[in-house]
Write a protein that binds this ligand. Structure first.
Ligand code: ZN
Length: 268
């Protein structure tokens, strides 16, 4: 977790008579990083405020004067599906990414409507719970879930995505669930490329390979990977590769939503 920024000094700017010593210039560059962080936060808060001040419409269906209408809210009630990727990774998803749900997820992910994290978080929570239950069932006779001490690790946004949005939607959902642990365990590498839209599974997988790096030694740790929308699963597979490279045992994945094609072949 990044350290919280220090409050601005009272009384405006620093007296100009104070000499600038090397420690101070180090502090200045650190505060530069902090103010960058503030800019991102303010931009995100402004977008959030705009969504309230300007005429608001339902993120799902466009109905006026309400950020989320009751009918679209009902569509966010979790209905968990399970899909097993070809390499055996079990993926649990709380919603199907279609129609109004797609609209709400896109407004949250790309439209700056960060308050939608509240109505969306339960779907991810349900997916995580189902994943935990499956792990427990598959290790019957072995350790129980609390003893497994599952570490929740989020898939990070691409560098470009983070710059564009100013926030990390997946991390926001995980925080709403009171799970802060796995932030910044995975980071995008310089090799990460955006624009996976329209590519098939193999093309996506090739495009993703080497795009994530694990920042910690996770030898022997049991990990659940968390992402927002699963399409072909190539991002989750890349996350597993990066985590395994640092010794983690990836027991499953939990996602907010899955595309309809995937859920059609899903096992409940
Ligand atoms: Zn609606």
């Amino acid at each position: 977790m990044p350290s919280s920024p220090r409050p601005a000094p009272r009384g405006g700017s620093r007296p100009s008579s104070r000499p600038t010593s090397p420690p101070e210039s180090a502090a200045a560059s650190a505060s530069g990083l902090v103010s960058g962080d503030w800019r991102r936060r303010v931009a995100a808060a402004a977008r959030e405020a705009l969504s309230v001040v300007s005429p608001v419409s339902c993120a799902g269906c466009g109905a006026t004067d309400v950020p989320l209408c009751p009918a679209c809210g009902d569509r966010l009630v979790p209905a968990v599906t399970r899909t097993d990727l070809p390499d055996g990774l079990a993926v649990f998803s709380g919603l199907v990414y279609a129609f109004e749900v797609r609209g709400v997820v896109l407004a949250f992910k790309n439209g700056g409507r960060v308050r939608l994290a509240d109505p969306l978080a339960p779907a991810l929570g349900a997916a995580l719970e189902a994943c935990g239950r499956a792990v427990a069932a598959e290790t019957a006779g072995g350790p129980s879930v609390p003893d497994l001490d599952l570490l929740v690790v989020t898939v990070p946004p691409s560098r470009r995505g983070r710059r564009r949005r100013g926030y990390d939607p997946v991390a926001l959902l995980v925080r709403r669930l009171g799970l802060g642990a796995g932030a910044r365990v995975l980071v995008p590498t310089a090799r990460a490329r955006g624009g996976q839209k329209g590519r098939d599974r193999l093309q996506r997988q090739r495009g993703r390979e080497g795009s994530l790096r694990c920042t910690r030694d996770l030898t022997g740790r049991f990990v659940v990977v968390v992402d927002d929308v699963v399409t072909t699963g190539s991002t989750l597979q890349e996350a597993r590769r990066a985590l395994r490279a640092r010794g983690a045992v990836v027991v499953g994945a939990a996602c907010l939503a899955t595309t309809p094609l995937r859920s059609a072949s899903a096992r409940r």
